[in-house]
Design a protein around this ligand. Structure first.
Ligand code: PEP
Length: 257
């Protein structure tokens, strides 16, 4: 059984004060159920405060939105895996389409970061997904295959198994237009087959796949009911603690069936 994983990517939102208020409301709404894993992914500046507030919770984990591939040194503005570990960060988002598109991160850079995360015992939430032009051009599987094989290159089977792979079609991120459950399921089934091809069937069966792209309380249940969708990476709707709590509840219900 794969444990469902629901993650809140706050992007460049939330001050320390707002983080405190958010977590108070969110924890009151969801309690501390351990049947799903919930990951809060604040900006770097709010990680320490979030870490303090969620330390007593078993099922709530902390994630970071990015990290450097380097261990330390002259990399102004960067944050290392060790620095994140010090704040009890467990997950790190890598390969997000905003990093690929706005900050020029290539498949090769993302692979360096994925490997550096594992070396530091941080679990990557590794994002892949096609643009609208690529989907319209019938390129979905080719793009996913390229991104997956490049991003996972050099990892052992255990590391691949501990990588969370987020399928995030670029045309669905922040647009209000989510992939249909069938579109998402087809992509997830393909990703699982690709993972089997680069590792083996046992790893592919255990690796967790999240869908991301305009997930909201109203569409989460249908997406999460699909057999190869093990969770969600949520941007916009995760900024409201009550909306994100609804999505977590939808995940619990869908995956306890
Ligand atoms: C994201 O940025 O990872 C994301 C899925 O955003 P949104 O939910 O706003 O589409």
């Amino acid at each position: 059984m794969r444990k469902a994983i629901l993650a809140a990517n706050w992007k460049m939102n939330m001050t320390v004060e707002e983080t405190t208020a958010y977590l108070k409301t969110f924890l009151a709404e969801t309690g501390d159920a351990t049947d799903v894993e919930v990951v809060i992914i604040p900006p770097f500046t709010a990680l320490a405060q979030a870490s303090k507030l969620i330390s007593a919770s078993y099922s709530l984990k902390l994630g970071a939105q990015n990290m450097s591939a380097h261990k330390s040194g002259a990399f102004t503005g960067e944050v290392s895996a060790t620095m994140l570990r010090e704040l009890f960060v467990r997950y790190v988002v890598l390969g997000h389409s905003e990093r690929r598109q706005l900050f020029g991160e290539t498949d090769a850079v993302i692979n360096e970061k994925v490997r550096a995360a594992h070396e530091a015992a941080l679990k990557p939430i590794f994002c892949v997904g096609e643009t609208l032009a690529e989907r319209d051009g019938g390129q979905v599987e080719a793009v996913l295959s390229r991104q997956l094989r490049a991003g996972l290159a050099g990892l052992g089977h255990k590391e691949v198994q501990e990588t969370v792979i987020a399928y995030e079609p670029v045309w669905a991120i922040g647009t209000g237009r989510n992939a249909t459950p069938q579109q998402a399921q087809d992509a997830h089934a393909f990703i699982r087959r690709e993972v089997a091809a680069v590792t083996d069937a046992a790893v592919a069966d255990k690796v967790r796949l999240q869908y991301g792209g305009s997930v909201k309380p109203g569409n989460a249940a249908a997406l999460l009911a699909e057999p190869d969708i093990d969770g969600a990476l949520v941007g916009g709707a995760s900024l409201d603690p009550r909306d994100f709590a609804e999505i977590v509840k939808a995940g619990k219900t869908a995956k306890s069936r």
